[in-house]
Design a protein around this ligand. Structure first.
Ligand code: ADP
Ligand code: ZN
Ligand code: ZN
Length: 817
């Protein structure tokens, strides 16, 4: 009998690769374990075992595996099931999914180098036989690779031995190749054990009476320990005593203090669960019991609750229930960086049971969370995370909450897998027989439609918590204001009036402008030329702060020019405006107040958002200017006025979801105003105050918006009425992509007739020197999605077999955004 495994390798290959294993390896290996396998001429990848079996591949001779990298699976059966679903549904490979799903530290790509730990005298007697063999070999050779160790021990699964040797501090491994994860070490100090008796301590203090600084350090150490009853960090001791780290080190060298390490979690919560959960009001109670009732018959329920209705508190009650059953909870958020407030809130209720999976976390931190979830640790009962947290190794999930479910950032755009985390969450929950709650003040048409069709349960909260009124929305007609000369820069007299009043009353203001930079177009007044990105078909955005022109598609930048590139005229003009320009104008209009800006440019770095959010909370900022980042679930008590600088560019965006999205953005940002007793005010500046969407925003009329937009979606066969798959072709040669896309569309039309749209050049037809063409396939509800995809894959395969088309990149995007 021969033994084989199918392995998922993190490369976009359509088929799994089969490798040969031994009989004993076949006993040991389980799906979800990592193996190092040779691939191609010289590459080694770490892959995931998908299946263990006895069928030799017919097309090629199976190679042997190189290494077994795990003792137990790091990916569980349910995850593998989910990976398969994603690959199939979103038309990508398992390798694509693997790359997205695993923290990169798990994907080992070169060979591990092992060296002897030379720093300490080592007691060899503690080593077991196999460990000793390895250790011994390192006397003769300065370093070993894993396959050397395999040879020495004559077995493949040597990782456990290596792990034990590391634990015993006999060897070290080069961390980047071994496993990129290393626990963070914090330095602590305590009084040396020699001074534990009162007498010896007294002697010590006497002795130190001449070294005042050192004595202070020791005294401070006592007082901190007495106060906190916790280990004392070197850093805290230094901060509190005012002594430099070198003084502390001198005491350590003298043998007065002792330094030690405690392995700490990087992502540690030090507080306690010090708050009991809130009592729900009647609306919340009703919603909670309706949700529970709907869960009896539905897997998924949509909670439509107006902004500040207290949805979070309802989630919290559901979480309590699920935790009491010993199950895990996944709490999905569109952008985790914006969740500082929510993290704190949940930690106050649930303490260290909350784990956060953060896109800005390091590899180390991600591995830590992964392992906690995998081992069903008490420290990761509730995982709070952005879209990629659906890939964590849950084994006992009871509930998934998708907060702000309408957010488009739940859909991964690039690279594959182009999955929608909300929809994938519903599938994941199914696999665990868990429930999914979707929550939003402005549900996506998709979810609301599903609720109407009874595919999802539906629950509403129509009142804000404490009966705070919804903000008063006023539309300001910019065209009229311009005619009457009542605009100062981009500020109407109404906006300035309201701002002045708000500031006088000591309240804060949020100004929303959905574009960053200073102005999106620079134009020569003499010849009309405007500088374009050399790599993309777009105008460069002027960023005043760095005096640069930048491309928002490819990152290209150049210094702002003094005069026109085309005619040399110095008469340059800015068209349109972004957050930078608004910030500058506000500073001129209100010089006595603190202004800050929150957009992609000001929030880079791990704590970028936190700093701004905290400053706003602590009222160090009076006016915050920002992009749609402002719209995400923030709860600021003192913000009374929201200004939307220009509603029109959102509404005119060339996308079938532009109206829906404008409605959501404007209502969400309005929702930041007046969340306490006093009613908030929202001013929306527009050239088109009669636009239906603006009317619907100002009356908070979701249903009207829904009905009207659904009408369009029916008429033009868009989602959620039709499903759609977008096919994008890219190549640097326009003619080639043109010919290729015409061929592709024609082949699709032979199968799908008039349900194929395109090929069309998108509004930005060239990005990073690649010309794009889009083709859209619309799929009526009654048509099999699976069969449709099969047909597309067949066409795609014949496309790939045409020699001239092969260099053209094809991107399949199911349920595109
Ligand atoms: P939403 O998520 O619906 O926008 P939140 O859950 O953030 O609303 O609640 C809005 C505000 O009302 C928060 O400051 C929250 O602490 C408060 N709140 C909500 N429900 C309660 C409750 N039952 N008791 C006390 N405060 C509440
Ligand atoms: Zn010019
Ligand atoms: Zn560019």
């Amino acid at each position: 009998m021969e033994y084989f495994i199918d392995v998922i390798i993190p490369v976009p290959l359509n088929k799994l690769y089969t490798y040969r294993i031994t009989a004993s390896e076949s006993e040991f290996l389980k799906p979800g374990m990592r193996v190092a396998v040779p691939f191609g001429k010289s590459k080694v990848y770490s892959g995931i075992v998908f299946r263990v079996h006895n069928d030799a591949p017919s097309a090629y001779e199976a190679k042997d595996i190189q290494q077994i990298l795990d003792d137990t699976p790091i990916v569980n059966e349910k995850q593998l099931q989910l990976w398969q679903w994603i690959a199939k549904y979103y038309m990508c490979t398992l390798g694509d999914v693997m790359r997205a799903a695993l923290p990169s530290a798990f994907i080992l790509e070169s060979e591990t180098v092992i060296t002897k730990n030379s720093v300490k005298e080592f007691d060899e007697s503690i080593l077991k036989d196999d460990e000793f063999l390895v250790f011994e070999a390192l006397h003769h050779q300065s370093s070993l690779k894993i396959h050397d160790i395999s040879n020495i021990l004559d077995k493949k699964n040597v990782l456990p031995v290596i792990k034990r040797l590391i634990d015993k501090e006999a060897i070290s491994v080069e961390e980047e190749v071994y496993e990129k994860y290393k626990p963070k070490l914090v330095r602590y100090v305590k009084l040396h054990a020699n001074f534990s008796s009162e007498q010896s301590l007294q002697n010590l203090l006497d002795e130190l009476s001449r070294a005042k600084k050192q004595r202070d350090v020791v005294m401070t150490l006592f007082s901190i320990s007495a106060k906190t009853k916790k280990p004392v960090k070197v850093k805290d001791l230094s901060d509190e005593s005012g002594a430099s780290v070198s003084i502390i080190k001198a005491l350590v060298d003298k043998g007065v203090l002792e330094e030690y390490h405690i392995q700490t979690d990087r992502v540690q919560y030090t507080g306690d669960d010090n708050e009991s959960t809130k009592n729900l009001n009647d609306y919340q109670k009703a919603a909670l019991s309706e949700i529970k009732m709907s869960f009896e018959t539905q897997h998924t329920t949509l909670l439509h609750g107006v902004t500040s209705s207290g949805k979070t508190e309802v989630y919290v009650k559901l979480i309590e229930d699920v935790l009491s059953e010993g199950k895990q909870v996944l709490y999905l958020l569109p952008e985790i960086a914006l969740t500082t407030q929510l993290v704190t809130r949940l930690q106050n209720y649930f303490g260290e049971q909350v784990a956060v999976f953060h896109s800005k976390y390091s590899v180390h931190e991600r591995v830590e969370v992964w392992n906690k979830v995998l081992h069903n640790s008490a420290k990761a009962k509730i995982v709070l995370g952005a879209r990629s947290s659906i890939f964590l190794p849950f084994n006992n999930l009871g509930l998934i909450i998708v907060d702000e479910e309408h957010e488009q950032s739940f859909k991964q755009f690039d690279p594959a897998p182009r999955y929608h985390a909300r929809d994938t969450a519903v599938v994941l929950a199914h696999m665990h027989q868990a429930k999914t709650l979707l929550g939003s003040a402005t549900p996506s048409l998709e979810s609301y439609f599903n609720a109407k069709q009874n595919k999802y349960g539906f629950v509403e909260i129509t009142k804000r918590y404490n009966d705070v009124l919804m903000p008063d929305v006023e539309l300001v007609d910019v065209k009229d204001k311009l005619k009457k000369k009542r605009m100062k820069g981009h500020f109407s007299d109404r906006l300035v009036e309201e701002m002045t009043e708000t500031l006088k009353a000591g309240h804060q203001i949020i100004l929303f402008q959905n574009r960053r930079g200073f102005s999106p177009i620079v134009e020569c007044k003499t010849c009309g030329h405007s500088p374009q990105c050399p790599n993309c078909d777009v105008s460069l955005t002027y960023h005043q702060y760095r005096n640069q022109l930048r491309c928002h598609y490819c990152g290209y930048n150049s210094a702002m020019m003094q005069d026109c590139e085309a005619c040399g005229s110095q008469d340059l003009d800015n068209k349109g405006f972004g957050t930078e320009q608004i910030e500058e104008e506000v500073k001129l209009l209100f010089p006595d107040y603190k202004v800050a800006r929150m957009d992609l440019d000001t929030t880079r770095g791990k704590y970028g958002y936190e700093k701004i959010i905290t400053a706003l909370e602590q009222q160090e900022i009076d006016i915050l200017v920002g992009t749609q980042m402002l719209t995400k679930g923030l709860d600021f008590r003192n913000v009374k006025l929201v200004g939307i600088m220009n509603a029109d560019n959102m509404l005119n965006f060339p996308d079938f979801r532009a109206h829906e999205r404008s409605f959501q953005l404007m209502l969400q940002v309005s929702g930041r105003a007046g969340r306490t007793e006093e009613r908030g005010k929202v001013l929306i500046q527009t050239y088109n105050p009669h636009h239906n969407i603006l009317q619907q925003v100002s009356t908070n009329n979701y249903i009207d918006m829904f009905n009207e937009q659904m009408n369009d979606r029916y008429n033009y066969k868009y989602p959620p009425v039709f499903k759609q798959i977008k096919i994008t072709l890219k190549h640097k040669d326009y003619n080639r992509v043109e010919t290729a896309s015409v061929w592709y569309a024609k082949s699709l039309r032979q199968v799908f007739r008039d349900q194929v749209l395109g090929p069309e050049s998108p509004p930005v037809a060239r990005i990073r020197n690649q010309f794009h063409k889009n083709i859209l396939v619309k799929i009526p509800k009654q048509q099999s999605l699976a069969k449709t995809k099969e047909a597309i894959i067949r066409i795609n395969n014949s496309f790939q077999s045409v020699k001239g088309f092969r260099p053209v990149r094809v991107i399949l995007n199911v349920d595109n955004f």
